[in-house]
Design a protein around this ligand. Structure first.
Ligand SMILES: [Zn+2]
Length: 430
């Protein structure tokens, strides 16, 4: 009889966005990996488990992956709302960011991790400052992350220049090389905040070392108009010229795209991150997600930072992504629940080039979330995927597991001292 670390028995196990849920499903986990997924009523499956966990009224799903955020911006949540992006950034966010310290970054990141773990998010892609500190926090907390030190043309709270931020990227990549959860990516902030040389150097670093690149692209109409005015080409065309449109690129936003931009993104296998709630809240517009998807481009979902959303709830983000496209296109058949759930799981795994996450199968990383279904809002249940996208909220998540380790069990955070963190957050001033 095979020995495993634990078995969880659930009402439903959903292995991935495309397959149906297994009723009375169980999963067996060993050494951080999925050992088996099976029907718990099957007499032929027998394992010797060190622990048996009963989640009979629950739905177990692959962990959600937030493809774009600035985790520590939780500290700026609700600080300044109802403003256009440029005003919001230059008058409210940038001045406060200049006062960020490693201690504040640690607190803000921990707060984001607490929120994400509570919401069934097992991994996230981050672009911010002091990523050295962020990597330590994420490592301690036990989440999976792809972290990029923000590279900009002007001084950040962490570095005097973009060149130093690039150097830090290399240092962090060497430091965390081969780590099973922490990944370092190259993060030039945007075509309008980086010099041509910084963008070229970022591209070279990515090419030479096979590092992923995350960059904000064509978020606002103003940005695209400015690029056309100054260079005669769109931000996407400009980045393509500099070698920054490749299969290693994760292009965030892409709200304002021309047909040629979509062709470039498609031809180069760039992934697009849709952040629908941030796009709405900042009045940036609505990304042409249907057109992008129909071109065969890989699309994922991100919440963006908590200051422009204002939460890190991937369930509501999936719901928003779906509803916005149905509404603006006057077509309820568009962006189905399974498509949206794919964007938050399988498509993210593809973008991040990690086939062991995004779905649950034998040999995959044991990254999953368990949703408590015994709530008025969640019964009856006909189609678990429909519920995940259309009705589940982050507070419904009972357990969150990464690499087989429970980061939250039975609604209790296990790797974050919540009382201590709460006390710090209540007294934070920036
Ligand atoms: Zn962003």
């Amino acid at each position: 009889m095979a020995q495993v670390d634990y078995i969880i028995n659930c009402e439903f196990v959903l292995a991935d966005a495309n397959s149906g849920a297994i009723k009375n499903g169980s999963i067996a986990v060993k050494d951080g990996f999925i050992f088996d997924i099976f029907d718990s009523r099957s007499a032929s499956v027998q394992y010797e488990a060190k622990r048996l966990i009963n989640r009979e009224s629950c739905l177990l799903i692959p962990g959600l992956i937030n493809s774009h955020t600035h985790a520590a911006m939780t500290l700026f949540r609700g600080l300044a709302d109802d403003l256009p992006l440029d005003k919001w950034l230059t008058e409210h966010i940038f001045p406060r960011e200049s006062r960020l310290t490693p201690e504040l970054i640690e607190t803000g990141t921990l707060l984001a991790c607490a929120e994400m773990i509570r919401g069934g998010t097992t991994g996230f892609v981050d672009m911010y400052f002091f990523e050295d500190i962020i990597a330590d926090v994420v490592n301690d907390v036990g989440m999976r992350a792809w972290l990029g030190e923000g590279i900009l043309n002007f001084p950040t709270p962490a570095f005097a220049s973009g060149y130093e931020a690039l150097k830090e990227t290399q240092r962090l990549a060497d430091k965390w090389k081969g780590h099973d959860r922490i990944n370092i990516v190259v993060a030039p902030h945007a075509p309008y905040t980086c010099s041509e040389e910084l963008l070229r150097l970022s591209s070279e670093m990515s090419e030479k070392n096979d590092y992923l690149v995350i960059i904000h692209v064509s978020e606002t109409r103003f940005e695209v108009e400015q690029s056309k005015r100054e260079r005669g080409i769109t931000p996407v065309e400009y980045l393509d010229k500099l070698g920054l449109m490749s299969d290693k690129t994760i292009a965030v936003h892409c709200v304002h795209l021309f047909d040629n931009d979509i062709e470039i993104i498609c031809k180069n296998n760039v992934t697009v991150v849709n952040c629908p709630e941030s796009h709405l809240k900042l009045g940036s517009g609505v990304s042409p997600v249907i057109k992008i998807l129909n071109s065969g481009i890989n699309v994922t979902i991100g919440t963006d930072g908590a200051a422009s959303n204002n939460d890190l709830d991937m369930f509501s983000e999936m719901g928003s992504a779906s509803r916005i496209q149905k509404g603006i296109n006057h077509d309820p058949s568009l962006l189905s629940a399974s498509q949206c759930f794919s964007m938050a799981t399988l498509n993210a795994a593809k973008a991040l080039k990690n086939p062991l996450i995004g779905s649950l199968k034998k040999g995959a990383s044991a990254d999953f979330a368990i949703i408590d279904l015994d709530k008025p809002r969640l019964r009856p249940i006909y189609d678990p995927v429909s519920h995940i996208v259309n009705v589940v909220k982050d507070c419904d998540v009972r357990d969150t597991v990464v690499n087989g380790r429970f980061l939250m069990e039975d609604f209790s955070l296990l790797t974050i001292d919540w009382e201590m963190l709460l006390n710090k957050v209540k007294n934070v001033t920036i």
